[in-house]
Design a protein around this ligand. Structure first.
Ligand SMILES: Cc1cc2nc3c(=O)[nH]c(=O)nc-3n(C[C@H](O)[C@H](O)[C@H](O)COP(=O)(O)O)c2cc1C
Length: 244
């Protein structure tokens, strides 16, 4: 892969194919949602530098609506335990922070959603009919997929759709900068299902809403869940040109 030429891997055992990205194009091409991580810890100084750089993310009116809780070690373990307890107690989607997908999502959106889910479960060797196995794979969200760090992005509840879009821009900025540092990530809106528990453990007030977690670490290059192809719609399905 040309985008990794001359790059050196920064994580123990990492595949040179996933070495630090040297260009934005390389960061875009090599970023994917990683759902199995090595347990190697991430240096706080590296994360601080990435967060400093991500502060250059644009936002409407320069409002910078995002707030971030960086969580690792015992703090992350405590959070995972609290969410697992809530899961076992039967808390869930009905109590979540927001509706993740519009109800009755039509095609082509629903087909794309199913497409990636089927590709992922196929890679994991999970039969489509095996609901229990699918649920267990989904539950891996609430371990951060084994990542050593999870960043939780939240904002004041009064923020509207434009500021939520700003948070998305921020998230992608972080993900690309992580790639530049040889790190990987998975954005996780699943945590919003247990937003109350996350906010309680991290002492984030009820006046804030949890947008997403971002699992951060080094990818397990061998895990099938990190190696299946993720399709994208052809450009002409999405882009119209006027006046060209
Ligand atoms: C805002 C956001 C939230 C997401 N939440 C989850 C999640 O909760 N769990 C998960 O496994 N993947 C999550 N994803 C990953 C998407 O499924 C993934 O981006 C999409 O399928 C495209 O795959 P790729 O990121 O590997 O290119 C999320 C992505 C975004 C942008």
């Amino acid at each position: 892969m040309t985008y990794t030429e001359n790059a050196t891997p920064s994580a123990p055992g990492s595949d040179p194919a996933f070495a630090p990205a040297l260009t934005v194009t390389a960061a875009m091409a090599s970023r994917r949602s990683i759902r199995a991580f090595q347990d190697t810890p991430v240096d706080a100084a590296v994360l601080r530098e990435i967060l400093e750089k991500a502060q250059r993310a644009p936002s409407g009116g320069n409002v910078q609506p995002w707030h971030v809780a960086m969580v690792t070690g015992d703090a992350l373990r405590n959070l995972i335990t609290a969410v697992q307890q809530a899961m076992m107690a039967g808390g869930g989607i009905a109590d979540g922070e927001y509706v993740i997908y519009p109800p009755d999502l039509p095609d082509p959106y629903m087909a794309r959603r199913y497409g990636v889910a089927h590709a992922m479960y196929d890679a994991m060797g999970i039969e489509r009919s095996d609901k229990m196995a699918r649920n267990m794979a989904m539950a891996q969200n609430f371990t951060g997929f084994g990542a050593p760090v999870v960043a939780f992005v939240h904002c004041p509840r009064f923020m509207g759709p434009p500021q939520w879009a700003d948070m998305g821009i921020y998230l992608q900025s972080l993900m690309l900068l992580l790639r530049e540092a040889g790190l990987d990530s998975c954005p996780q809106e699943a945590w919003s299902i247990y937003g109350q528990q996350v906010r309680d453990v991290l002492t984030i007030g009820d006046d804030h809403i949890l947008y997403a977690g971002l699992a951060i670490g080094w990818r397990d290059t061998d895990a099938p869940v990190n190696n299946f192809p993720v399709a994208r719609a052809p450009l002409d399905e999405l882009v119209c040109w006027h006046g060209f």
